[in-house]
Design a protein around this ligand. Sequence first.
Ligand code: DOR
Ligand code: ZN
Length: 372
Amino acid sequence: MDPAHVDPATGLAAAMAGAEESAPGRVAPATLSLARPDDWHLHLRDGEALRAVAAASAAQFARAIVMPNLKPPVTTVAQARDYRERILAALPPGSDFEPLMTLYLTDLTSADEIRRAVDSGFVKAVKLYPAGATTNSDAGVTDIAKPRAAIEEMQRLGLPLLVHGEVTDPDVDVFDREAAFIDRVLEPLRRHFPALRVVLEHITTREAAQYVAAAAENLGATITAHHLLYNRNAIFSGGLRPHWYCLPVLKRETHRRALVQAATGGDPRFFLGTDSAPHPARLKAHAAACAGCYTAPHALELYATAFERAGALDRLEAFASFHGADFYRLPRNTARVELRRERWTIPESLPFGEDEIVPLAGGEGLDWRLVA
Ligand code: DOR
Ligand code: ZN
């Protein structure tokens, strides 16, 4: 860790903004008990990588919505069934972690596949990647009109559409792609399918937070810990920092603040989704660095840090443990977990099959720790 990057007063990254949100005078609790949380947006990968990361999410969460952007992508219920089996096989013995599967929407996804997905019981949503928007999105949707029969069926059966909300138009500035997506794609889509249940994933802008807050109850949004903790300065502070590079990319401070307000404001349409997206360290520290922050091992601790800075620790449980389950019409978890106030250092690197992986903010300190 480059010491110039760390705020000597707090030990936290200088770009981890938000001191002005803290609530002086409040008594800081020593422990925090919450219903066992779920991760409503997670990348588990496959093979060696899956075996390296599965336990971390299982230690933090009861369930997770698992992204389908494998190579090749998980486009059918049969593939989702096999992938689910591989995930279960990768869990530590005795783990009761439940992977909630998703299908990868393509131009060719059929209404029949949607019916099979609902009948399966284990496919809980369908993911829309605009073709070319992000990692393994080449097989994604080239024109939202193409899979309209599938989307119609999702609307009819109540199967949520999860949206990577960025346009791919190279003429649109990378920092404006989410806002442009809302205007050009999402709003027309929701007008056309007014009863479609939609989750705008990993929102990063004030525009997205406001759009969701103003919308009907069938639109929700996930928010990552990194978008709550950091603004785009983090990518450039003291050098180019690929571990802070994800998509949609971190935005300005005004946007981060809007996200904190949305996450801590109690609106049940905003819920936890880490978007933990593991890549080997050698492909992060690379001339064309892969997008994605690996936050699975310390996800709850990162969220607790963000909520505490906002003076809203009392709102963490609903955001992490209730809102997502309610949106997905799944039972809330009844078991509980505890976080303890304890200073510890995030590992600088972890094993990742034959490779290594760098957790977000590796080498930096955190003041909350999940009790095992
Ligand atoms: O940063 C990201 N990484 N954003 C995505 O949308 C995909 C993800 C990945 O799969 O690596
Ligand atoms: Zn993702």
